[in-house]
Design a protein around this ligand. Structure first.
Ligand code: AMP
Length: 407
């Protein structure tokens, strides 16, 4: 029997992986442009990090974690999300000042796999730690929105809510609990269980969506400070030209959010998986993890879902494919080195094949143009051919770069 990748995991192979490379490199450059440094944290943590950081009442912790014991009997968990590990790292490093960091990488959740819902999936994300200013929330939301738009996700909308803070949330939770208690008979088993631990979770339940459509919203219970914070976030978004809609029942699947919660919804996916990403503010998280109070806000975007939402046709993977002839193999190799040194994406076959086979390879590799190093080389020239319309010219070898750039 041949071996296969585990259920719910994917091999991301060329040519489709070109979309992924573009998504990841666009992420790197945009995060850098907004002033986010790179952070890399372990793919597994003590299970406690997620139990406390994501929240015992969440579906992620209750049902979806890949938890195992190592050889010394320590309980470890493959990260189901990025934020708890990043905040753990910030605390461990001394939790000084402000830290703006971006990451990308695999996350693991034991889910029922389907398109856009995988057991190993990829997120790009960022965290802005050490400030509770509304500017930070708006900046994070703006960057996610600009990224999704730049990568071609159609019809991105931002849904925005505020979940309140320690001051006003308890009153809201009690009002919500009372409202839900009156409707116990209509709730599913899972919701009845989460109702005890965290009634807000019930708003997240897909099965009970119809029942909770008119449930009280945290937005109606905000204290003055939370109201001001929300209106500041809104006015920053307005001035940045980021469109959003208030979504009073948006609570998000993780327990740690305070105040701002948001989600990005695209139109290209099935109804069940319309969210391509989301995030929010988590001012209480650092303390849950045993650290000092550190306010923070962040987001995570699902690259698998983004890749499903954007057109698969991407830019060619190669600028030029160098075709060699028997006599001029060494020259063709040297030309490849020169082109690569100038940053031109170039390749050729490593062995001697027919011209036909080499042109076929150029096509398959998605090259824009082919350079043939043949007899013209004696007079310092090459044949340069565009693959889109088949037109060709004979040019001096020193003109190749200019010619390629003109395409
Ligand atoms: P969350 O951490 O649950 O807020 O997820 C943030 C984003 O990650 C979601 O909007 C999805 O795009 C993506 N995501 C979450 N879980 C999965 C999964 N199992 N498979 C694929 N993408 C996921």
């Amino acid at each position: 029997m041949s071996l296969r990748a585990p259920k719910g995991t994917d091999d991301i192979l060329p040519p489709h992986s070109r979309v992924w490379r573009r998504l990841l490199s666009t992420w790197e450059s945009m995060a850098e442009a907004y002033g986010y440094d790179l952070i890399m944290v372990p793919f597994f943590e003590s299970t406690e990090v997620f139990n406390r950081g994501v929240g015992e009442s969440t579906e992620v912790v209750q049902k979806q974690m890949y938890t195992f014991e190592d050889k010394k009997g320590r309980s470890l968990t493959l990260r189901p999300e990025g934020t708890a590990g990043v905040v753990r790292a910030f605390i461990q490093a001394g939790a000084q000042g402000v830290m703006k960091v971006a990451y990308s990488g695999a996350m693991f959740r034991y889910e029922q796999p389907q398109a856009g819902r995988r057991r190993q999936f990829y997120q790009v994300g960022l965290e802005y730690l050490g400030t509770d200013a509304a500017d930070a929330d708006a900046e994070v939301i703006e960057l996610g929105y600009r990224y999704l738009t730049a990568t071609g996700v159609p019809d991105v909308t931002v849904q925005l809510n505020s979940l309140g803070d320690d001051e006003c949330r308890p009153t809201y939770i009690e009002a919500l609990r009372a409202w839900l208690e009156e409707r116990r008979g209509l709730l599913c088993q899972d919701s009845l269980r989460t109702l005890e631990m965290n009634p807000m979770r019930v708003l997240d339940c897909k099965v009970c969506a119809g029942v909770v459509a008119d449930a009280p919203s945290p937005i109606d219970y905000l204290c003055e400070a939370c109201q001001t914070h929300l209106s500041e976030v809104r006015s920053r978004l307005d001035s940045a030209g980021v469109p959003y809609r208030l979504a009073p029942r948006l609570v998000r699947g993780l327990d740690y959010y305070t105040r701002t919660a948001f989600e990005y919804v695209g139109s290209a996916l099935d109804a069940a998986q319309t969210a391509v990403g989301g995030g929010g503010r988590y001012d209480g998280l650092a303390e849950l993890l045993g650290g000092p109070p550190v306010p923070g806000v962040g987001l995570a975007l699902g690259v698998d879902r983004i890749a499903l939402s954007v057109p698969d046709a991407v830019d060619p993977a190669l600028d030029v494919f160098v075709v060699n002839t028997d006599r001029y193999r060494a020259e063709a190799r040297a030309l490849l080195s020169t082109l690569r040194a100038t940053g031109i994406r170039s390749d050729g076959l490593p062995d001697q094949r027919s011209l036909k086979a080499q042109f076929k390879a150029a096509d398959r590799r998605g090259a824009v143009a082919v350079i043939v190093v043949g007899d013209e080389w004696e007079s310092g020239q090459v044949v340069a051919k565009r693959l889109d319309d088949g037109s060709q010219v004979v040019i001096g070898s020193e003109e190749i770069v200019t010619w390629l750039k003109s395409l």
